[in-house]
Design a binder for this molecule. Structure first.
Ligand SMILES: NC(=O)c1ccc[n+]([C@@H]2O[C@H](COP(=O)([O-])OP(=O)(O)OC[C@H]3O[C@@H](n4cnc5c(N)ncnc54)[C@H](OP(=O)(O)O)[C@@H]3O)[C@@H](O)[C@H]2O)c1
Length: 275
């Protein structure tokens, strides 16, 4: 939580108790701005805040529209511009088609060591407009990186929001779900790998951003809730040309589900495509 005591200590600190008479001041490991307060953005806000980070949460409609959500998530509602100010990490968690509509030069003044995470996926048939460069084969996060003019790390894109919210487990738990992390900067990936672990998941270094198509929609590693060994194997089995077809087939199968379907129903569909 944010309070005057914390403010007087600076952004690297947080308070651990609600009693003003007995505040426990602890070092906050990072200040994280999340752009996108939907299924994934809000879930990550809860997780990062619970892990002790200071979290800013922003959407397209302004802080007042997410005030109570942000408070419940342990975050501070912010404008998109404020969510990238003086932060250590930025998470972009918005529909792919919205990325070009982020404010121009949003990231221009950010120090180079600020890590930018892209959780996004491209769904042309149901949500995103056709993006010619992605249709032409550029990995989705490389396209995002081009749009914002900054390197990104691809992470948290390949787990359904429900699994992200409910299936995290302590490190060392047998069968712990693993998430791939792709990017070109080893230090940035290290930071993201730490965040994945804090969120309750093993992290697998899935290589460069150029290789990140291996965990895009339709790939065996995409939203199939695999453990570390299974994920490593799934990443090797990815077929770049086939994934978009399997992504669209998943959507067709989802459309055939009875109302009230669950995340487990979706998981079954995703897994069945690769059996
Ligand atoms: N849902 C999943 O299970 C899942 C899993 C992994 C990855 N992903 C990917 O992660 C991304 C986010 O997914 P989601 O399910 O969390 O989406 P969502 O629930 O639809 O939420 C989208 C959020 O993005 C915000 N937004 C849209 N345009 C914006 C803009 N120009 N500036 C600032 N904020 C903007 C929206 O704010 P407003 O409401 O104010 O417009 C909303 O808070 C997508 O690319 C998705 O494919 C989703």
């Amino acid at each position: 939580m944010t309070c005057w005591i914390c403010a007087s200590y600076g952004s690297k600190y947080r308070i651990e108790t609600t009693s003003p008479f007995n505040p426990v001041i602890k070092e906050t490991t990072m200040k994280i701005g999340i752009i996108g307060a939907g299924n994934i953005g809000a879930t990550l806000a809860r997780k990062f805040s619970a892990a002790g980070h200071q979290v800013l949460l922003a959407n397209s409609r302004g802080p007042q529209s997410i005030q109570s959500l942000a408070t419940e998530a342990g975050a501070v509602a912010a404008t998109v511009t404020d969510a990238v100010k003086d932060v250590d990490v930025v998470v972009i968690s918005i529909p792919q088609k919205a990325v070009p509509h982020l404010p121009k030069a949003l990231f221009a003044g950010l120090p180079e060591n600020v890590v930018i995470i892209d959780t996004g996926n491209y769904y042309p048939a149901v949500r995103d407009e056709t993006i010619t460069a992605i249709e032409g084969g550029i990995p989705e996060s490389q396209w995002v990186s081009q749009q914002i003019g900054r390197p990104v790390v691809k992470a948290f894109n390949s787990i359904m929001a429900q699994s992200l919210a409910t299936k995290g487990q302590p490190a060392g738990t047998k069968g712990r779900i693993a998430l791939p992390v792709s990017g070109d900067d080893a230090q940035a990936k290290k930071i993201v790998i730490g965040l994945v672990d804090e969120a309750g998941f093993d992290a697998i270094d899935a290589g460069t951003l150029a290789e990140s198509w291996r965990h895009q929609p339709g790939a065996p590693a995409y939203c199939t809730d695999l453990d570390a060994d299974e994920l490593r194997l799934a990443l090797t089995k990815a077929d770049k040309a086939r994934s978009p077809q399997l992504r669209d087939l998943t959507l067709q199968k989802m459309a055939g589900l009875a109302p009230g379907y669950t995340g487990e129903d979706l998981l079954k569909i995703n897994r069945s495509l690769h059996e």
